[in-house]
Design a binder for this molecule. Structure first.
Ligand code: ZN
Length: 395
């Protein structure tokens, strides 16, 4: 298989081990899941299903960032406990992804359940001389490091702009470098607080993922994924933290980043309020139609959502379903699937595999399904569709 690796900026061969260790950054549960989230997790669902189809096991870990500035701020605004907000939103999110028919992760760790493991991790970074603590309980990673910005390949100016935009604290006093990032910070009144050797407080954003990876996968993994907005500072910071602590390199063999989804040409974001919520879409369209709409975009592409593309995906899926469901004898039964060994299917699966092995070309894979529908090859269409997660409601 070949995958585009963000770190090397090229398509690299990826030979999966028997068990593929995959970590995908999860949500910050302070609002409902929107199409941007659905696109990331549906793309990785296609990868997971394909790897399973060719005989691998995927150890899939997706975290929940239940403790951060956004969940605390939103909870305070709604006069509720941040964990009530976060657990509720996370459960809603999981329910919507289940309605979409996505595979759940093997482990879904929450930041608040892993703070105890963060203390020795941060202390290890201080002991190695790459992090420092300040008297007011702040602990920073010192970015005066030979590998800093090697991952994102940003200039210092670009990095500063993104750091500021994405919740960094470039203007905070007493830092050794403007771009040093927080590992630990004092909690404000009413915020949750944990005891720590350098003073009570709560963890920074990036350290959470590093520690959850360490706890639930190990020092290194096969594939690390997320949205392309996480390349800097989040993933750059994860790499520095993890590799500094463990001395093992690289943290991930391949880094996969998904494109951003726009509405009417503007990137969907909470701050702009131009969100299409997955739950709303699921009330109107079938899971298969939404999956087809999402997978019709290559995972690395930035794309725009319109009702026209959604309706076109629904029409496409109806065409497939007619071919699968209208054959004489009705929908395919499990017995037929088990006893199905046809050179036609072998060929169709090979064509599907060619597309998915080529940097997870899901639009190409959907075109293979179209071809099978056009030629009325119902069983092959059903089986190939199932590889991608379609037809889950048919037997
Ligand atoms: Zn993360």
């Amino acid at each position: 298989m070949r995958l585009f690796d963000t770190r090397t900026q090229e398509v690299v061969p990826f030979v999966p081990a028997q068990t593929v260790r995959l970590y995908v950054c999860g949500i910050t549960p302070y609002d409902a899941a929107h199409l941007g989230h659905a696109f990331v997790y549906a793309s990785f669902d296609a990868l997971i299903r394909y790897l399973e189809c060719i005989g691998h096991t995927v150890h899939y870990v997706r975290n929940v960032t239940d403790l951060d500035d956004d969940t605390l701020r939103t909870a305070a605004k709604r006069d509720t406990h941040f964990q009530v907000l976060a657990r509720g939103e996370a459960a809603q999110f999981d329910a919507n992804l289940a309605r979409l028919g996505l595979r759940p992760p093997a482990v879904e760790p929450f930041v608040t359940d892993n703070v105890d493991a963060m203390i020795p991790f941060i202390q290890g970074l201080i002991d190695r001389g790459v992090a420092y603590s300040l008297p007011d309980h702040r602990v920073y990673f010192n970015i005066d490091h030979p590998n800093y910005l090697a991952f994102s390949q940003l200039s210092k100016d670009e990095a500063l702009e993104q750091f500021r935009e994405k919740g960094g604290d470039p203007d905070a006093p007493d830092k050794k470098n403007t771009l040093d990032f927080l590992l630990w910070q004092p909690s404000e009144n009413g915020q949750p607080s944990w005891p720590a050797p350098w003073g009570a407080g709560r963890p920074g954003w990036h350290i959470g993922c590093s520690v959850m990876i360490h706890e639930h996968i190990g020092a290194t993994m096969d594939i690390h994924g997320g949205g392309s907005d996480l390349v800097f500072p989040h993933h750059e910071s994860e790499i520095l933290q993890a590799e500094s602590l463990t001395g093992q390199h690289p943290l991930a063999r391949v880094w996969m980043h998904c494109g951003m989804v726009a509405l009417e040409g503007v990137k969907m974001s909470k701050s702009l309020g131009n969100l299409v919520f997955l739950g709303d879409l699921l009330n109107e369209y079938s899971a298969d139609a939404i999956r087809a709409m999402l997978l019709n975009n290559h995972y690395r592409a930035n794309w725009t959502y319109t009702t026209e593309v959604m309706d076109a995906a629904q029409a496409r899926v109806h065409r497939w379903q007619r071919v699968v469901g209208d054959r004489t004898g009705g929908p395919i039964t499990q017995a037929e699937i088990d006893g199905f060994n046809d050179p036609d299917l072998t060929e169709a699966l090979a064509q599907l595999g060619d597309q998915l092995e080529d940097d997870l070309n899901t639009p190409g894979a959907l075109a293979v399904l179209d071809e099978l529908a056009d030629t009325q090859r119902a069983k092959a269409l059903f089986m190939c569709g199932r590889v991608l997660g379609f037809f889950q409601t048919l037997r």
